[in-house]
Design a protein around this ligand. Structure first.
Ligand code: GUN
Length: 281
């Protein structure tokens, strides 16, 4: 039976540290502030954004959500970002993805000042990650690395197989694992004989967006299995991993819910506190 890597427990522990950090900043006269831009009315995005606001409240970060209608123009979104860039009370700006199809996502992300880019999605910060330099890092992969480090296991030389090649998770987590001296394989929907790849994984990261896609026969005995998926099936939230069966084979496994998702929000709080600190240093 696998050891459960609980994002809930880790994020709870981090919350206390973050509350203290927010308190220290306040003594210095700094009130950390996060702005979240939500375009349209995707129900999943609305839930994520609400949870981000609640987390800010718990930590002691001031947050505001700017809701824009789904038919907003490119220029209107850019204007909102420009205003937030100029707002000295806002240290972090997050534009919730995905954006409606008519919006040029990359242009919006490039408009955010890199020092306020708490998502690490700006090409400047993505480039820093690619070249191994310190900078704001995407919250989900950063949270995954935190979970991996929490095991205390040396990661050097392990074979990490990442299933999924998104800019939000697949590509950045591959870079972070490489930075830790893992041997990294990136698989995706066009990969031939996926199971033969995943079975080689000492660390398996599932970020495909398909419910229970990774089955027990695809997992090596003792592997560390990281489930990034959040899928709704019959009103229930399930991951990309067939948890019940995979936990019999894996050495470590992250649950859904209460796994990676919790860490994503925790890392967003961390990035916002760090941005506030840097803005005043
Ligand atoms: N959509 C799904 N995950 C994320 C994330 O980490 N940040 C943003 N901005 N949008 C997302």
């Amino acid at each position: 039976m696998a050891i459960i890597l609980s994002g809930k427990e880790l994020s709870q522990r981090l919350l206390e540290e973050q509350q203290q950090e927010a308190g220290r900043l306040k003594v210095l006269g700094i009130q950390p502030g996060l702005a979240v831009v939500l375009v349209g009315d995707d129900p999943a995005s609305e839930i994520y954004v609400r949870n981000k606001g609640l987390a800010c409240e718990a930590v002691g970060i001031q947050s505001k959500t700017i809701k824009l209608p789904g038919d907003v123009s490119q220029q209107q979104v850019l204007d909102v970002v420009d205003n937030l860039n100029q707002d000295a009370g806002i240290h972090g700006i997050l534009v919730q993805l995905p954006l409606p199809k008519h919006i040029d996502e990359q242009q919006v992300l490039r408009r955010i000042l890199p020092e306020k880019d708490v998502d690490g999605f700006h090409i400047y910060n993505a480039g820093k990650l690619f070249t191994g330099q310190p900078g704001a890092q995407s919250c989900t992969p950063k949270g995954i690395m935190y979970m991996l480090h929490s095991t205390g296991l040396p990661l050097r030389g392990l074979h990490a197989v990442v299933v999924g090649r998104s800019n939000i998770v697949g590509k950045p987590i591959a870079m972070m694992l490489l930075q830790e001296d893992c041997t990294v394989t990136i698989c995706h929907s066009r990969t031939k004989d996926l199971a033969s790849m995943t079975r080689q994984a000492d660390i398996l990261v599932a970020a495909v967006g398909k419910a229970r896609f990774i089955t027990a026969d695809m997992v090596k005995e003792g592997a560390i299995v990281i489930d990034v998926g959040i899928n709704r099936v019959d009103g229930k939230v399930v991951g990309d991993v067939d948890y019940e069966n995979v936990q019999q084979v894996a050495g470590y496994i992250t649950p859904v819910p209460g796994g990676v998702g919790k860490m994503t929000i925790s890392m967003l709080m961390q990035n916002t506190l760090e941005a506030a600190c840097r803005a005043h240093s």
